[in-house]
Design a protein around this ligand. Structure first.
Ligand SMILES: Cc1cc2nc3c(=O)[nH]c(=O)nc-3n(C[C@H](O)[C@H](O)[C@H](O)COP(=O)(O)OP(=O)(O)OC[C@H]3O[C@@H](n4cnc5c(N)ncnc54)[C@H](O)[C@@H]3O)c2cc1C
Length: 398
């Protein structure tokens, strides 16, 4: 197996042991190998692999993302940037990337497991994690040339550089293909002009996947994806946004003023950006749907012990059927959401089937259930649900 047993070890040693054969505890029926959405040599993980991975991520989050850090990240609205190399060293930044660039080649179920556990510890850190490892790293893995991968992936996977993806604009959100950022051809490349809004990791990023109109009159057929180095002249992060939730997942408004992007930094084909964008969105929604799963588990992590310890009328409040009913609803909503996300991810890993409606459905369903579960968590905690000493309000905002 692609030795995630080495996840807790330094990247250099982890890499050298990744080729070692892993003997799973459980034997399963035939698993299909690589699809166009996985690197060469990919084999879908077994349930035992995923369980072991989950335990590794939990060890990491217990050690590196305790509640105090999650609360501080929320309060300070600042990402703990020292986290990036730690995530890289653990192997989590290249879940779907090729071994040649330091990746673990473990596919989308595994990526969902890491995203879920990361978000259980801190939704904000989870969101920034996914913007880096899925929106940026995976887009480069799937669409990059060998030279682009060699240039960008090792640093991104090691966590020594930070990645982001910029499609949305203040006037182009749901209707993203109405974007107005332009890329004008010039000698040796393109000049980018425009702004991008709500870009996760935008204030910290070293490299950003940016979509721009190369031929505006062609509408969706005139969009191209570019890899933009943020050190380029003319690039700036105009401001960092002050959000309701996911605080500390740094979100920015970006400005491009005659930013020169060399031709070798075109990701995919000129005017082929909408395919890169739309196919990427399916997998982005799928992996991001694991965020609300982690937040639901976090709500249960808070509500279960609290309702068993808190006594009113002489007994723990959890002894009341109404309270038990709320806990049962929270658990059931979480499990139903998990089933949807992981079934959709399994179809990608094992059969190469990506259903757009299920990638969107999984995140829609999980996000709405997570909002309900976190509201229930606040209610179950009574007055303690309303004060910042407990994480309940942070979970709702996330
Ligand atoms: C925390 C956070 C992180 C983000 N990170 C990134 C990132 O990293 N990169 C990036 O590119 N973008 C990012 N975004 C932007 C995000 O993708 C957009 O906010 C999203 O696409 C919605 O666009 P909008 O905000 O313009 O809403 P709008 O499109 O203006 O929608 C407003 C409301 O109208 C509804 N609506 C719109 N069209 C229709 C319709 N046809 N029928 C019915 N209802 C409709 C919507 O459902 C919504 O309720 C992020 C946003 C947030 C909040």
């Amino acid at each position: 197996m692609r030795g995630f047993k080495s996840l807790a070890r330094p990247a250099s040693r982890a890499l050298s042991s990744r080729s070692k054969q892993f003997t799973p505890a459980v034997t399963h029926s035939v698993r299909h190998a690589s699809t166009s959405k996985h690197p060469q040599g990919f084999e879908a993980p077994t349930p035992a692999d995923l369980t072991e991975l989950r335990e590794r991520v939990q060890e990491f989050t217990r050690r590196e993302i305790p509640e105090e850090l999650a609360a501080h990240t929320d309060k300070s609205n600042a990402f703990p940037n020292e986290m990036w190399p730690k995530l890289g060293e653990a192997g989590f930044l290249g879940m779907t990337a090729d071994e040649a660039y330091g990746g673990l080649v473990m596919g989308y179920q595994a990526h969902c497991v890491v995203m879920e556990e990361m978000s259980r510890a801190s939704g904000s850190i989870g969101l920034s994690y996914a913007a880096h490892s899925q929106l940026c790293v995976n887009q480069i893995s799937l669409n990059g040339t060998a030279a682009q991968k060699q240039k960008y992936l090792p640093g991104l996977v090691a966590g020594t550089t930070v990645g982001a993806l910029a499609m949305s604009e203040s006037g182009a959100g749901s209707d993203v293909v109405s974007m107005r950022t332009t890329a004008k051809p010039v000698d040796g490349g393109h000049l980018l002009n425009g702004t991008k809004m709500w870009i996760t990791n935008g204030p910290d990023a070293d490299v950003i996947v940016v979509y721009a109109k190369t031929e505006p009159e062609k509408g969706s057929k005139g969009i191209t994806a570019f890899l933009v180095d943020t050190k380029s002249d003319g690039f700036s992060c105009a401001r960092k946004l002050d959000k309701m939730g996911m605080r500390g997942s740094n979100t920015g408004e970006l400005a491009f003023s005659d930013v020169f992007v060399p031709s070798e930094n075109i990701l995919g084909q000129v005017n082929g950006g909408v395919r890169v964008l739309m196919e990427g969105l399916d997998l982005e929604r799928l992996v991001l749907s694991a965020g609300p799963l982690g937040i639901m588990q976090a709500a249960l992590d808070v509500a279960l012990p609290f309702t068993h310890q808190r006594k009113q009328f002489g007994s723990p409040i959890a002894h009341n059927q109404f309270v038990q009913g709320k806990l049962a609803d929270m658990y059931t909503k979480m499990q139903a959401s998990k089933a949807y996300t992981y079934n959709t991810a399994r179809a990608v890993d094992e059969e190469g089937i990506i259903k757009t409606q299920d990638c969107a459905g999984a995140i829609l369903y999980a996000a709405e259930r997570a909002t309900e579960c976190t509201l229930d968590c606040i209610q179950l905690l009574g007055g303690m649900g309303y004060v910042e000493e407990m994480p309940a309000s942070r979970l709702l905002r996330e």
